[in-house]
Design a protein around this ligand. Structure first.
Ligand SMILES: [Ca+2]
Length: 381
């Protein structure tokens, strides 16, 4: 069943002075256009009598859904019956819920037989496996093509926000393979499922659902057509709906903020970085030297910072090339099959983790970006 709906008042259609020429559909009216054009001479508003509809479908008896609908009507000016209609048609997204609940089968690491320290489990080789998922010759090539195709807007993003093309491409490449994998979960059904089924993040999803509905209303989107990730992330850069209002920009200035449009997506990702305090022309991360093959001396990760001087003096940890402008650095450990790579990272590295709270994530964005950049420069020669 289709949920054809446009969040516009269908109770009272005020014809005179109506600024919008939009055709207005009523969901009970099998496709017939109730419509109305600006030029209509009628002076009196037409009143379509409408009774309060009842919730049907899987949420028929759900008090939380009813409460949510009431709050959306009260706080965000939604029409009660519009919401009743769409919530009556929600299809439960079991697969998305399973993923959120962690029911996904976790594969054992390939090198599971290696003896591990008792308390802290180190998954040897985990970086190799992670990297392989996101970085391939093919993806690098697609990144170069994307750069050539959208050079103007990538340059503009660098100018306006100070974020170089390779980092924007790193994000778009990791998130959606440059728009080739946008997810296939119906976002409204998915966010409803994750909000109204017991799970520890249901509050988070409730907020996302709220922001999603506001976005659909404001941008006049077709709620039925919006697909995304199992957590409800949307568009080329996989923004969560709550990020949309704060970070998405109309970068090509066509009057619409469209997260599926490459130009707007490029600007929005760059704006996201900038708003998280990205510093123009500052380094992100460099390889570091340390003694040994496995690094267990100090706590690693994007949260903890150390003074470069102290690392050198106390532990003989030094960057392979100078990490400029960063007195304090983060140590990032990449666990490979036979040894640990150690990297020193700046504040800008931390900014990338604001996109996804993981050091491996930020590193893979960095490395994919660098490979794309190298290949791009090689081809330009
Ligand atoms: Ca736009």
């Amino acid at each position: 069943m289709k949920k054809k709906i446009i969040f516009i008042n269908i109770v009272i259609l005020i014809l005179v002075g109506c600024a919008s020429k939009k055709l207005i559909f009523d969901e009970n009216n099998k496709g017939e256009i109730l419509q109305i054009s600006k030029t209509t001479e009628t002076k009196k508003p037409i009143q379509l009598k409408q009774t309060k509809q009842k919730l049907k479908g899987i949420y028929k008896e759900d008090k939380e859904v009813k409460k949510f609908i009431k709050s959306m009507v009260k706080n965000h000016n939604f029409k009660y019956n519009d919401l009743i209609h769409i919530f009556s048609l929600v299809e439960f997204q079991q697969k998305a819920l399973d993923k959120i609940l962690g029911k996904k089968r976790v594969k054992k690491p390939l090198t599971a037989k290696i003896k591990k320290p008792k308390k802290k489990r180190i998954r040897y080789g985990s970086w190799d496996r992670y990297r392989k998922i996101f970085i391939s010759q093919k993806r690098v090539g697609m990144g170069v093509d994307y750069w050539l195709k959208h050079k103007d807007y990538l340059d503009k993003a660098y100018e306006v926000y100070g974020v170089p093309p390779e980092y924007i491409l790193g994000i778009l490449g990791v998130e959606t393979i440059f728009g080739n994998y946008l997810g296939d979960y119906p976002v409204f059904d998915t966010l409803s499922t994750l909000t109204f089924s017991p799970n520890r993040r249901s509050k988070f999803f409730r907020n996302e659902l709220e922001k999603f509905l506001i976005m659909v209303k404001d941008e006049k989107l077709d709620i039925d057509k919006i697909v995304g990730s199992y957590a409800g992330a949307i568009g080329l850069g996989q923004f969560m709906p709550s990020n949309y209002k704060i970070f998405a920009v109309d970068f090509n200035e066509d009057g619409v903020v469209d997260l599926w449009n490459p130009e707007d997506a490029i600007g929005s990702v760059a704006n996201y970085f900038k708003k998280h305090n990205w510093k123009k022309d500052k380094m992100v991360t460099v390889r570091a030297k340390y003694k040994g093959t496995r690094f267990r001396k100090l706590k690693t990760g994007y949260k903890k910072t150390y003074s470069q001087k102290w690392l050198k003096r106390r532990h003989k940890i030094t960057p392979r090339e100078k990490l400029k402008d960063s007195k304090r650095v983060r140590l990032i450990k990449l666990s490979k099959g036979n040894f640990d790579e150690l990297w020193m990272s700046s504040r800008n590295f931390y900014v990338i983790t604001r996109y996804n709270h993981s050091a491996y994530y930020a590193m893979v964005v960095h490395q994919l970006g660098q490979e794309i950049k190298d290949e791009y420069l090689r081809q330009k020669k």
